[in-house]
Design a binder for this molecule. Structure first.
Ligand code: ADP
Ligand code: MG
Length: 600
């Protein structure tokens, strides 16, 4: 074929392909234009994932009547005048390509009124050609309606994904701009139903609450590193471990208010979490980098999704340092003089003040009389070294939790395992030694008690019923307590003299040695004074927990330790096991300083 210059319409279509890849690209360009126009309120409506309609309405400056048609021609922009401007771009748009490209592959209706003009303009285009232009009324601002995107471009249409997929791409775009511009109110709807809304309060945290939900947002802390000599300012929010995510998709990056995909920048954020997250898990972070426009080239990608830094290393290290410092500030011991840094002695719970029965609230919930407390073995602390405090500083004197949340335990960072028995964890103000068995007992206990209180203690039938023979006296006791055991998930039936057949057990016990367990449970029921039924039930469940809790001597992976400590943090009474013994011992930094002769 001979060489030919392509007809204009075809050139436009090819060019449009670079900018307009899918409905979300249109939303991105229109939202950027609204932001550049100084809008404080941007409303986005989509039908069928944007395939049928995308409408973006803003309250920005509007377009003067004389320039509306021009806005839709190629290389038409109000944002650049000279080549020098290109090296200091302060607006999101600058290429003057978006409207022309969008118009080339859809039907556009533009209703706009410039703030300085008394009436507005309605302009209609089909496939890039103007079909109507008339004066029309509107409050200052612009509404762009894009219909039948790619209707004339079958190749593109074929590559569009399902409505759900296109919709979620649009959501992603709008959420990102809402994060970068928290003072702008964004309202997004799909097929007439609200999908996302930001309040425009100027506070990024408010946007995070809308985007990620209050639970996740509450686990994020502000990053604020103003520009220093390097001229790179870093702000945003980062998730505190254990908040994490399965992939990098929740690392959101902006450079000068522009959402960017930059693997190296994302890596800088990931590096800042080094050792704080499990391998294979990724942070949740929203990072905004600001630097002089001369330090960054935004003109390297047709959709402006990538940027090039003049001095990449300084940007990456500024991000890494800012994030790391924020994380350490929130995870490590606070500095003296803050309310949290009182010596642990000031607010640790003395051992004698610990309730004899932990989780008494749970007990009351299931109606166990207080007198039941009498039958719990009183823990005898084995005269701990004076520098080790049992129980941990849980609450400051004014009752506010120190750090993190969850049953009065601060957020703990796992350091490792000691003697296959203890989990070592760093918390604010010191080291925690957690007894893995006692901690797991506590977790199981609260879970079982809650299930029991709701009458939902799961029972599981054994594939092969287990026959257990007991001494005559125990056998008659077991027969007496048949109902009680049944309520806890044991299905036991007589099977000849002094022998019983166990058919079902509490689901937790499925892997247990059932015969041995039953003997222990019967022994528990035999000991001591006759007590209330609820107390006997508690005895049985305590035995179940004891048997099923992780044993000392078991090597735990980091993930197992993290999961266990997280479960413990969620407990009502995390500091003692169901038998009243401590689950943890705390060694304060102050005490360490004393021991090492650093103090007084
Ligand atoms: P660019 O944003 O790169 O300048 P566009 O094709 O996106 O190019 O827009 C062309 C011009 O149209 C802009 O420079 C701006 O002057 C005007 N414009 C587009 N959208 C709006 C809007 N929502 N409000 C005000 N002016 C707009
Ligand atoms: Mg633009």
């Amino acid at each position: 074929m001979p060489i030919r210059v392509l007809p204009d319409a075809l050139v436009m279509r090819i060019a449009a392909g670079e900018v307009v890849e899918r409905p979300a690209s249109v939303v991105k360009e229109l939202v950027e234009n609204a932001i550049d126009a100084g809008a404080t309120d941007i409303r986005i409506e989509c039908l069928e994932g944007g395939k049928r309609l995308i409408r973006v309405a803003d309250n920005g400056s509007g377009i003067p009547a004389a320039e509306v048609a021009l806005a839709f021609t190629h290389h038409a922009t109000s944002k650049l005048t000279s080549a020098e401007d290109l090296s200091s771009i302060h607006t999101l748009g600058f290429r003057g390509e978006a409207l022309a490209s969008i118009a080339a592959v859809s039907q556009v209706t533009c209703l706009t009124r410039h703030t300085d003009e008394v009436s507005g303009t309605l302009l209609r285009l089909d496939g890039g050609r103007i079909v109507a232009q008339v004066p029309a009324g509107r409050a200052p601002g612009t509404t762009m309606s894009i219909e039948h995107l790619f209707a004339h471009v079958p190749a593109r249409l074929k590559f569009l994904k399902s409505v759900t997929t296109e919709r979620s791409h649009i959501d992603g775009v709008v959420v990102r701009y809402a994060m970068a511009y928290p003072h702008i109110r964004f309202v997004l709807s799909h097929d007439g139903r609200p999908s996302f809304q930001s309040p425009g309060s100027g506070n990024l945290r408010d946007v995070l609450v809308e985007a990620y939900g209050p639970d996740t947002a509450a686990q994020m802390v502000a990053v604020d590193a103003p520009a220093t000599e390097g001229q790179v300012a870093v702000s945003g929010y980062v998730g505190l471990p254990p908040l994490d995510h399965a992939n990098r998709s929740k690392i959101t990056l902006f450079v000068n208010g522009r959402p960017v995909q930059d693997a190296k920048l994302a890596h800088a954020v990931i590096q800042a979490y080094h050792t704080l997250l499990m391998t294979g898990r990724y942070p949740v972070a929203v990072i905004l980098v600001h630097l002089p426009p001369t330090e960054v080239d935004v003109n390297v990608h047709p959709a402006k999704a990538e940027v090039r830094f003049r001095d990449p290393d300084s940007v990456f290290s500024a991000v890494q340092r800012a994030v790391r410092r924020t994380l350490l500030e929130h995870l490590a011991p606070p500095q003296p003089s803050s309310a949290l840094s009182r010596p642990p002695e000031a607010y640790s719970v003395p051992w004698s003040a610990q309730p004899a029965i932990p989780g008494s609230a749970a007990w009351e919930r299931i109606g166990i009389a207080r007198q039941a407390q009498g039958e719990v073995e009183q823990p005898v602390p084995s005269s701990p070294a004076p520098d080790l405090r049992q129980g941990a500083p849980a609450q400051s004197a004014d009752g506010a939790p120190t750090v993190g949340a969850g049953g009065g335990l601060p957020a703990l960072r796992i350091l490792g395992q000691l003697a296959q028995m203890y989990i070592l964890a760093e918390g604010p103000e010191g080291l925690y030694l957690i007894d893995q068995h006692a901690a797991h007992e506590r977790v199981l206990w609260e879970r079982l008690m809650a299930q029991h209180a709701r009458g939902e203690l799961p029972s599981q039938a054994l594939l092969d019923p287990v026959a257990v023979t007991l001494p005559a006296e125990s056998a008659s006791l077991l027969a007496d307590q048949h109902d009680l055991l049944r309520a806890l998930g044991f299905e036991i039936e007589p099977f000849g003299s002094n022998t019983f057949l166990v058919r079902s057990v509490p689901a937790l016990m499925l892997q247990d040695d059932i015969a041995a367990a039953l003997r222990e449970i019967v022994a528990d029921l035999e000991t001591g004074e006759p007590v209330l039924r609820q107390a006997l039930e508690a005895r049985v469940l305590r035995r179940v927990c004891k048997r099923m809790a992780i044993k000392a001597g078991r090597v735990l992976s980091l993930a197992e330790m993290q999961a266990l400590v997280r479960d413990l943090e969620a407990c009502e009474s995390p500091r003692t096991c169901p038998h009243g013994r401590p689950t943890m011992i705390y060694l304060g930094l102050k005490q360490l300083e004393k021991e090492f002769g650093r103090l007084g």
